[in-house]
Design a protein around this ligand. Structure first.
Ligand code: 5AD
Ligand code: SF4
Length: 438
């Protein structure tokens, strides 16, 4: 046996590092909950851990590099403490599988995106046989899960709930369908049960997660659609706020938009990734909508609730993007005036369609475009925040602020972060706050 355990009941220590999207954060939290049942406790210092789990993202080249450098840094620690178990999970694990065990001799377990619930069994086998293992099959489904999350691993005000996994869209830049598999929705009663149990643990806000929540319930006969799920979740007693992410513009239905007007618990914020302002590029990305269609959607959303905040994702330097195409993206930013924007330089990903497209844009050009885009958005974000000064807004208090002092932090319904002085017993309350500074 590689791992010696003096007593079966002695607590072991796990350190989890999470990269990438909320889906990964949800999976990390589930892992901690599952291992909690195996006498694991979370530690903040990775050097004290018995198990280090790196949950990785592969959506862009940079994300993948971060995962590997984080893994590389553990080499010495593992040499000095051979009993330490090093595990790699998430999308990089799914993508490369067993190959990683060859490339990284200090790595013990490779846990694919569908295999979080297999970790206790993998650990048990490792402890007995010392076998390094990779588990990356796609056979798992929601039905194999022990009812999702039972309780958050630390007290929290706001929690994620996964409602679906995978994606069937095949945007040409995106690796997600390859590492997360095809789309599957979780039964609505299970989602609602999870929300109810989170509320019992003190959670006040849930964010429903999926790669494309708008197509929730498709294919599963007798299930509700996403608007129906929202209506069901809104009936859970004690739930103050509902959010969801991510929406695909091509599947944003009028019924779903109406939820913003009809459901008071649904926060007036939508993350609606546009990716480009040029129809030519949108077509090459296989996004299934045009610039005009997108602009119409934003208008309709604002018609439902005029205070709805819209945030987005944008890629610069997609293959074939000319200066004119890029300027259409800049102009779209001015037209929509997003409340927030995540922007990225295009990077080639394995197995994707765009990898084979001609017209690759030079790295310096991508960087220059990214900087121009971000400078413009920073100005817009600041202007929008400045417009809040002097207004009183409801803030759901989440906990101590990252800026320190005795400041607390929370979010407005539009998802703006607000820092303010207040007593810690306000955590979990929704209180009016006067905005003084942007
Ligand atoms: N290159 C750059 N950005 C990408 N994204 C996804 N794939 C790529 C890629 N190959 C961005 C998209 C997506 C976000 C999660 O990451 O904007 O919405
Ligand atoms: Fe990254 Fe996509 Fe995987 Fe999330 S699903 S971790 S964004 S590659």
């Amino acid at each position: 046996p590689r791992v010696s355990r003096s007593s079966k009941n002695e607590a072991r220590r796990i350190f989890v590092r999470t990269f990438g999207c909320q889906m990964n954060r949800y999976d990390s939290e589930r892992l901690v909950e599952i291992l909690g049942g195996e006498h694991f406790v979370v530690v903040e210092d990775y050097r004290r851990a018995d198990l280090i789990f790196i949950n990785t993202c592969t959506v862009r080249d940079k994300a993948e590099q971060k995962a590997f450098s984080s893994l590389g840094r553990l080499k010495t620690l593992k040499r000095n403490r051979p009993e330490l178990v090093v595990a790699l999970g998430g999308c990089v694990a799914q993508q490369y599988g067993e190959e990683l065990l060859v490339r990284w001799p200090h790595l013990d377990l490779v846990v694919g995106t569908h295999s979080i619930s297999k970790v206790p069994a993998m650990l048990a086998r490792y402890e007995v046989t010392g076998d390094r293992q990779a588990w990356v099959d796609f056979s798992y489904d929601f039905g194999d899960e022990p009812d999702g999350r039972v309780q958050p691993w630390k007290p929290e005000v706001s929690a994620y709930v996964t409602i679906m996994r995978g994606c069937d869209n095949f945007c040409t830049y995106c690796i997600v369908p390859m590492v997360r598999g095809s789309e599957r929705s979780r039964p609505s009663r299970e989602v609602i049960r999870e929300v109810e149990s989170l509320i019992e643990c003190g959670v006040r806000e849930v964010t429903l997660l999926g790669q494309n929540v708008n197509s929730y319930g498709q294919g599963a006969s007798g299930e509700v659609n996403f608007a129906g799920l929202l209506q069901g979740v809104a009936q859970v007693e004690g739930l103050l706020r509902i959010r969801f992410t991510t929406s695909h513009p091509k599947d944003l239905s009028p019924t779903l938009m109406r939820c913003f007007a009809d459901l008071p618990q649904l926060c007036p914020h939508i993350h609606l990734p546009v990716q480009s302002g040029s129809d030519y590029i949108l077509h090459r990305m296989n996004r299934g909508y045009t610039r005009d269609h997108y602009l119409r959607l934003v208008k309709e959303l604002r018609g439902m609730r005029e205070d709805v905040a819209v945030s987005s994702d944008m890629i610069v330097g997609f293959p074939g993007e000319t200066e004119e195409d890029f300027e259409l993206s800049l102009r779209l930013l001015e037209e929509v005036r997003f409340d927030g924007l995540f922007s990225f330089k295009y990077s080639d990903r394995p197995q994707t369609g765009a990898r084979l497209l001609n017209g690759k844009v030079e790295e310096e050009v991508k960087l220059e475009r990214l900087q121009r885009l971000q400078a413009l958005q920073e100005r817009i974000t600041l202007e929008k925040n400045e417009a809040q000064v002097g207004q009183t807004t409801l803030v759901l208090v989440e906990g101590p602020s990252q800026i320190g002092g005795s400041q607390l932090s929370g979010r407005t319904p539009q998802n703006r972060v607000v820092n303010f002085k207040g007593s810690p017993h306000l955590v979990g309350e929704e209180i009016p706050i006067l905005i003084t500074v942007a």
